[in-house]
Design a binder for this molecule. Structure first.
Ligand code: NAD
Ligand code: UGA
Length: 454
């Protein structure tokens, strides 16, 4: 089939290379000419394991190309995906990119020679596809839905495993306006062996918001218990959570083998969830609830627990150092999670701004984020290229991203270069390190040193 993908970011480009890998003819459309040029030159515009190889294969097989030109791309397609951003705006989400994409697609539908299905893959709240998107498409094309197809297919990929998640999805949910639209997508997705759920547009939209809200809720639940552990002598969140995970309703035993579902990795305490989606999608659902007069107390609590995490990390650091005024603090990790160079809504942003606000000099290091971030425009924030550049002369180090290599570092050597040896582990990812005796190591979810007696 011929597929156009409007918006060539994490979701769009990954979808494009995976559809090309199963034999579809894909054209990626993007408003950013640099991105289009990079894709055509075989350069993935962001870090994602496996993507560069998939992109090169798709280009060399002639099954993928990129363009800034909407009209030709859509005229030549059977299925058109919309994968543009839906970022947070005020209390809700900004639908202007989606509306803009729909206007361009509508213009091309006006003169379309064949039946085409428009598929919303950007994350939206229920009702967006069959109101905003449909109305724009109908108004601009002068054709009613039904003359062209309309679907909503939510995306569940995680950054860092986007290609694998897309090639081997848990399920494909196809919200469709009518049967005919759904049948076209059933044909397109035939090579993917997984459960396929055909449902209403609004079920598909609601499911996506619910899915990210559940993950966020599990994380905030874990952080709530961690806060209680920190206030309770002789407790440790890691011990509590490891044992909680062994409940057979969370990790069943099948044929004598314990199955450890991936969901358990969201029942881990830390410095809070970030990324371009979890925070914005929970907020979008809260806003949706507000408009409908439905109380959203659980989701409100999920966000307010999350909002406290960065400040909490800084308060642990302050407690150990006495004062942050004039202290040098190394921030280890800028990405919102390990395995990506994406800093959108990263907890590191809050940690750095609290530290800087309290008069600390911040020396930040991330193995993957090497480009200017905007954070270093502040007088007292420096971006370092090497770990020892960040740690030399530091009074404390705060771990924000759980990069596995941090646990492999020569900590004896690095600690010797620090002025004071305070380590605040916001991800509990350095618990296995044998620390030199001089180190004060503080982690999440256990009472700080000296507080283990009542
Ligand atoms: P992104 O920012 O990585 O990429 C979006 C792309 O769209 C950019 O290349 C941008 O130049 C382009 N663009 C913007 N306006 C355009 C327009 N009018 N026409 C053509 N191109 C346009 O975004 P993303 O992370 O891929 O997210 C896209 C959507 O998918 C969002 O709704 C997001 O919530 C959702 N989503 C993201 C993920 C993820 O892990 N990143 C996972 C699931 C769902
Ligand atoms: C998340 C979802 O996992 C995807 O299913 C979804 O498609 C995507 O959002 C989206 O809609 O964009 P992603 O943003 O890549 O994927 O990141 P996650 O792996 O879910 O992690 C989100 C945040 O939660 C990270 O900051 C991570 O460090 C944090 N986290 C995760 C915790 O603090 N504790 C945990 O136990 C797990």
């Amino acid at each position: 089939m011929r597929v156009a993908i409007v918006g060539s970011g994490y979701v769009g480009l990954t979808t494009g290379v995976c559809l090309a890998a199963v034999g579809h003819q894909v054209i990626c459309v993007d408003v950013n000419p640099d991105r289009v040029a990079a894709i055509n030159a075989g350069k993935a515009p962001f870090h994602e394991p496996g993507l560069p190889q998939m992109l090169l294969t798709a280009l060399s097989s002639g099954l993928l190309s990129a363009t800034t030109g909407y009209f030709g791309a859509i005229a030549e397609s059977d299925v058109i995906f919309i994968t543009v951003p839906t970022p947070q705006k005020g209390q809700g989400i900004d639908l202007s990119y989606l509306a803009e994409a729909a206007r361009h697609i509508g213009a091309a539908l006006q003169t379309a020679a064949n039946y085409k299905v428009v598929v919303v893959k950007s994350t939206v709240v229920p009702g967006t596809t069959d109101t905003l998107v449909r109305t724009i498409l109908e108004d601009v094309s002068w054709r009613r839905a039904g003359e062209w197809g309309l679907c909503m297919v939510p995306e569940f990929l995680q950054e860092g495993s986007a290609v694998d998640d897309s090639m081997n999805p848990d399920r494909i949910v196809i919200g469709r306006w009518d049967e005919r639209s759904g049948q076209v997508l059933a044909e397109m997705y035939r090579p993917f062996e997984c459960p396929k759920i055909f449902t209403t547009l609004r079920n598909a939209e609601m499911l996506k918001c619910a899915s990210n809200s559940l993950l966020a809720t599990l994380i905030s639940f874990s952080n709530q218990i961690a806060a209680l552990c920190e206030a309770t002598p002789d407790t440790d969140i890691e011990v509590v959570m490891d044992a909680l995970h062994l409940d057979r309703r969370l990790s069943p035993v099948v044929d004598g083998q314990r199955i450890r579902p991936g969901i358990l990795s969201f029942l881990r305490a830390g410095c809070g969830f970030g990324g371009s989606c979890l925070p914005k999608d929970v907020n979008a659902l809260r806003s949706y609830a507000r408009v409908r007069d439905v109380p959203s107390r659980l989701l409100d609590a999920v966000m307010s627990i999350n909002a406290e995490r960065s400040a909490h990390l800084v308060s642990l650091c302050e407690m150990a150092l006495g004062s942050l005024e004039g202290a040098t603090v190394a921030v280890l990790g800028l990405a919102f999670k390990a395995g990506t160079d994406d800093m959108r809504e990263s907890p590191a942003i809050g940690v750095i701004s609290y530290l800087a606000g309290k008069g600390a000099l911040v020396r930040a290091y991330d193995p993957m984020v090497c480009r200017p971030t905007g954070l270093e425009d502040k007088d007292n924030v420096v971006l370092c290229r090497m770990p020892d550049e960040a740690l030399t002369g530091a009074d404390a180090a705060v771990v924000v991203t759980a990069w596995p290599e941090f646990a492999q570092w020569d900590w004896d050597g690095l600690c010797a270069k620090m002025r004071r040896q305070v380590i605040v582990d916001g991800r509990n990812s350095l618990r296995s390190v044998s620390w030199p005796a001089c180190v004060e190591y503080l982690s999440i979810g256990t009472p700080a040193t000296g507080k283990n007696e009542e």
